[in-house]
Write a protein that binds this ligand. Sequence first.
Ligand SMILES: *[C@@H]1O[C@H](CO)[C@@H](O)[C@H](O)[C@H]1NC(C)=O
Ligand SMILES: [Cu+2]
Length: 244
Amino acid sequence: MFASLAVLASFLVSQAVAHGGVTSYIIGGTTYPGWQPYNSASGQRSIGRPYSSYDPILSVSAGSFSCNNNGQASAGQLSATVAAGTAITAKWSQWTHAQGPVMVYMAKCNGACTSNNSNSLKWFKIAETGLISGNLPNGRWGTGEVMDTLSYTATIPASLAAGEYLIRHELLALHQANTPQFYPECGQLIVTGGGGKTPPANYLVSFPGGYGANDPGVRVDIYSQAAQTTTTYTVPGPAVWNGQ
Ligand SMILES: *[C@@H]1O[C@H](CO)[C@@H](O)[C@H](O)[C@H]1NC(C)=O
Ligand SMILES: [Cu+2]
């Protein structure tokens, strides 16, 4: 009894220690602290939207799907000011899964992002890295690169209209057959400059809602016989908006 409790306890600890979340951003050479889910929420001031743990979201219809929280800004919410066309590097303190895509979305706020719930915004994709090479179980994936570098860099479209935006980094881990794990975190940006453009409606999705549980890139068994010889993968969500 004692031994099995000890085994269970160590299993729970290792689960909490595994997984990951965005904990800082590098924008134009400046490092901005992100949300720290294992510190007290009170007094945190960061450009990261709050979230409570590194644990995955297991349903595409979860109410927390947009920003891994209830959709609200933190009490000490900050935003980073960034010129359109700038590269943003998100950094994870830890990440442990090597199969699945990385996706980066933005959503234009209606006025001040701090007073907008992320569940009511329309998201467009600015970057994605799916299966880079090889087959589904053993190939090189976007999340494998994040595992090695603990970072992912995407560029804000230079043509994007100035204004307040959320940026959403999502890791999708596919290491459990037909049981996708979603790890989204959001940050707040004030985009300056730009070319006044916003994406057309066919590039916009809501979260939750943007993915279906049976989308080809969502419900995947990377250990099936067929997966051994599959070298293509359809990243979920809309096409990446190229700024046109
Ligand atoms: C966003 O916040 C603004 C206030 O800055 C408000 O007028 C608007 O209705 C909000 N929009 C959404 C989608 O929540
Ligand atoms: Cu995990």
